[in-house]
Design a protein around this ligand. Structure first.
Ligand SMILES: [Zn+2]
Length: 431
């Protein structure tokens, strides 16, 4: 009797603790809803005799407001809008808003148009910011990024973002792959719902390099809800019913995603609940593509179109590393991407984050030249204390001493902002 009672009391108190932990620690899931375009930026548009002028900026706002209403009714969610009226917030301010609020997810809603005058292309597709781009996706990236040229502020901000500001992650371009997995997962749920619930045609989840996603410090998707130049899509997306259905599909995907994250991953529905349950490793992993004496610049063909490359010079050899992640599955995926791109001997290399070198330091190799740089050259005028060494008739110029790789990456961004491009981080192993 006693034992039984003892255990049941203990059991109940454990249960209560558990419930309170679950109940109070469940922080709201913050979603930033971004209605694409707006104001003077109409986005994709077409004239139809019966539908009138169908404009992307109206459809995206319609969908986002409906989606926001659904989410606001759910106490688990906090909704932040980049716009609620017909106005044009700059792409930077959209991203900053999300980063400042430490959002859990960023959902940007858009409407597609196909290049040329095709009226048959139709369906939905969801884009995530990814290291692997391909040509077809580049078209969408180009169209969506065109808005950037409307905005002088954006141009400036994208050209030189401050890596130390909290709004932007240090060396974001090599960090982004950390959010890829989650973005792809939500994208998959959204596309699946479009097909299953609304009988839409899905073109799938794709990776692209989109300005509105690039600086986001959280998983993000850009949903292309259909093609404005296809009559059926245009009619559907301009209707209340169509917009409501699109909003519902995204809403249900967000619910499932959040549930999976909060309720332990057992509750997650496929696809791939196991992968998200993955515990991040202590180490970062980069994929070593090649070690060579040749110094390549960012867009050199030798890098086979891969982005997110970090070259590090060590003992007169340049090592080219691709992407970075602390998830084993992403690491394996990155390795596969590298091998598929043609780097057959690529391998994953482990890095301890923020590790200081025992003997030595990191520096930036800012120029390599057969001729001595003139004192009034842009480089020497811009940077103070550039060191020059000569080896086998070649002049090597280095700048700065940094304790960690991360510090060197930050410094590299700084000088990039000053117009010193194509510097390479160099590891110097001595005192
Ligand atoms: Zn758009």
């Amino acid at each position: 009797m006693f034992t039984k009672e003892f255990y049941s009391k203990k059991y109940i108190s454990i249960l209560l603790v558990l419930l309170s932990v679950l109940g109070f620690s469940q922080k709201k899931f913050t979603v930033v809803l971004d209605a694409g375009h707006g104001g003077s930026d109409i986005g994709a548009n077409r004239n139809y005799g019966d539908l009138g002028r169908v404009q992307e900026k109206d459809i995206t706002l319609g969908v986002v407001l409906k989606l926001g209403k659904m989410l606001e009714k759910n106490k688990d969610f906090k909704v932040i809008y980049t716009r609620k009226i017909d106005e044009y917030p700059s792409l930077t301010s959209r991203t900053d808003l999300a980063n400042r609020n430490k959002a859990d997810f960023f959902v940007s809603v858009h409407v597609n148009s196909s290049p040329g005058s095709s009226i048959t292309t139709q369906g939905t597709e969801t884009f995530v910011q990814g290291p692997n781009q391909n040509k077809a996706n580049l078209e969408v990236a180009k169209a969506e990024n065109e808005v950037i040229f409307l905005d002088e502020n954006d141009k400036q901000n994208f050209a030189n973002y401050d890596p130390r500001s909290p709004e932007s992650l240090i060396a974001l371009k090599i960090q982004q792959s950390k959010y890829l997995e989650a973005s792809q997962w939500l994208g998959g749920l959204i596309e699946e719902n479009f097909v299953k619930d609304n009988n839409r045609f899905s073109r799938g989840v794709k990776q692209a390099d989109l300005h509105v996603l690039r600086k986001n410090a959280m998983p993000s998707v850009l949903v292309e809800t259909g093609f404005v130049n296809n009559y059926d899509d245009a009619a559907y997306l301009s209707s209340e019913k169509g917009q409501k259905e699109v909003a519902e599909s995204i809403y249900k995907a967000l619910l499932d995603y959040r549930k999976a994250i909060n309720g332990g991953f057992a509750a997650a529905k496929e696809p791939e609940p196991v992968k998200l349950a993955e515990i991040p490793m202590k180490n970062d992993f980069r994929i070593l593509l090649m070690s060579t004496a040749t110094r390549y610049n960012e867009n050199d063909a030798a890098l086979k179109g891969l982005n997110y490359i970090l070259p590090i010079k060590e003992n007169n050899v340049y090592k080219y590393y691709y992407a970075v992640t602390n998830l084993a599955s992403v690491r394996d995926n990155n390795l596969k991407t590298a091998k598929d791109a043609g780097f057959r001997n690529a391998m994953a290399i482990s890095f301890l984050p923020n590790q200081t070198l025992g003997f030595g330091y990191y520096t930036l190799e800012v120029a390599v030249s057969e001729d001595k740089l003139k004192n009034d050259s842009y480089l020497l005028k811009t940077l103070k204390d550039v060191e020059r060494t000569k080896e086998k008739g070649i002049f090597y110029y280095t700048y700065g001493k940094y304790k960690t790789l991360e510090d060197a990456v930050t410094a590299q961004k700084d000088i990039e902002n000053k117009g010193i491009k194509n510097s390479i981080i160099q590891k110097v192993l001595k005192n």
